[in-house]
Ligand binder design. Structure first.
Ligand code: FES
Ligand code: FES
Length: 136
């Protein structure tokens, strides 16, 4: 099977591998698994005060296409709002990396990881205890 140059580049030189301190309240984590193969992807986003993703990191235990997909999305996520992050679809990832059909689920894993990270951020921030102010 022939893989594209972009895929090989992200696989051989993955961007933004690692993790952030999960106790940092500006960080959210999405951890997802692919039932088809058992591969696991952890994606973290760091969100600034304006709701913009300032940084992203990943750790993927899986195939080369999953690693390349996660590397690519960490680059795409930076500078986006959470809503814009959710606009990243697996089809765009698969197109960019020219994934072969049997590897499409690897890009779906990356899309799912973005959704999970955004959901984690929103649940933590919406659920954050707030001091209720009595109406004046
Ligand atoms: Fe084995 Fe993805 S199926 S690494
Ligand atoms: Fe399963 Fe790539 S083969 S994520």
């Amino acid at each position: 099977m022939a893989y594209s140059d972009k895929l090989m580049d992200h696989y051989e030189n993955p961007r933004n591998v690692g993790s952030f301190d999960k106790d940092d309240t500006s960080v959210a984590t999405g951890m997802v698994g692919a039932p088809a193969c058992g591969d696991v992807m952890k994606l973290q986003i760091k969100v600034d005060h304006n709701g913009i993703i300032e940084d992203a990191k990943f750790k993927t235990y899986g195939c080369g296409s999953a690693i390349a997909s996660s590397s690519l999305v960490t680059e795409w996520l930076k500078g986006r709002t959470l809503d814009q992050a959710l606009d990243i679809k697996n089809t765009a990832i698969a197109d960019e990396l020219a994934l072969p059909p049997v590897k499409i689920h690897c890009s779906i894993l990356a899309e799912d990881a973005i959704k999970a990270a955004v959901a984690d951020y929103r649940s933590r921030h919406d659920a954050a205890p707030e001091v209720q102010q009595a109406a004046p």
